[in-house]
Design a protein around this ligand. Sequence first.
Ligand code: GDP
Length: 445
Amino acid sequence: MFESLSERLGGVFDRLTKQGALSEEDVRTALREVRVALLEADVSLPVARNFIKTVEKKATGAAVTKSVTPGQQVVKIVHDELIETLRGEGEPGSLRVDSPPAPILMVGLQGGGKTTTTAKLAKRLKERDGKKVLMASLDVNRPAAMEQLQILGTQIGVDTLPIVKGEDPVTIAKRAKTQAGLGGYDVYMLDTAGRLSIDEELMSQVEAVRDVANPRETLLVVDGLTGQDAVHTAENFDERIGITGVVLTRMDGDGRGGAALSMRAVTGKPIKFVGLGEKMDALETFEPDRVAGRILGMGDIVTLVEKAQQTLEAEQAERMMKRFQKGQFNMNDLKMQLEQMMKMGGMESMLQMMPGAGKMAKQMGDAGMDDRVLKQQIALIQSMTKKERANPQILQASRKKRIAGGAGLEVSDLNKLLKMQRQMSDMMKKMGKMGKGGMMKQAMK
Ligand code: GDP
């Protein structure tokens, strides 16, 4: 699966990564090609457009590290965005099958692979999760369908509900529920009937079954080769029945793979599994990072950039540590820290990484520090002169008044900031004395 998309994108990025410095124009050209590749892979237009827009934004704002080329960085951004586009909630392949007997409703159009997938999933639940599973076919329109499921059941060693001729789907669903309860089954799977296209009769039948079964999971099985149609089918079923996830079948074929990319973005429902063949074990958990890797075929670059980013952060931390060990902590340092806090998503996450965090978190909490206060403090430091920032001890009444006024704040606000800087400076000095192996190092881990 995804071969053609992967080839196209691989070509675009190969050219991009081979160049050293990238101009904005290079990136734009590459992304235009990515967009064409996505559309050719049958990703819907709005999804492709959105995707490119996000990548462009992230590529423009990305911190540049020395050890990777900008092109490699763009590949990483595209990779991460692919994952984001594909990702659903929860663990990949997880199904809510607690509180036995848990009903799973299988829905979809005829020929999509519903019956095959029902059996594949039953096998997986039995073998990997140790569940006792009962399968029931509700396809009264096609008698062969019931027998098909029975045969598959025998093949994989999973029980099927005995076939009773002349029953309607709702009655069969009720019988399956009773049987599952009596027989001590963990899960019972209801394989509903399909039609060649969505029609009212199919939907109301499935609806009626849903209402008696009250399923824990409602999985739509669609043929991945049908691209955009698969996405429309999912939209329809979700609107009417409410689905909890999607299984894309025939992903072993030479499908263009676009359905996978659009599915999550358009329907908001996760792809939980993919079918990769007719055999009973040809079912895989859908894992966004693996799929994104396969689409790009550039796993090594992604790893390289991840490593480079880590190195960059480590270098910055090391430099900071050296200064602090010398007991140097002026307003410039404080400003950097405050800005870092803002960037890292606020106080809490940053404080956890700083030495003496527990105590300081309390102090800052007491001082009513939140992100609004962070901004005010940065403004105060900004309205100081260079000399004042490097030597905050020179601040006397008139200077204080000027600085506070410049930031549109009170002198009392500035005093709080000064107190904080003094405390932090003292703390840094103490820790500096503890040497390299001291608290600092531990806090950085
Ligand atoms: P249903 O009408 O939706 O129940 O579809 P079936 O389960 O009967 O499947 C229709 C055909 O598709 C069968 O021949 C299956 O073996 C085949 N099939 C199902 N899933 C896959 C898959 O993931 N890959 C391939 N290659 N064939 C599949």
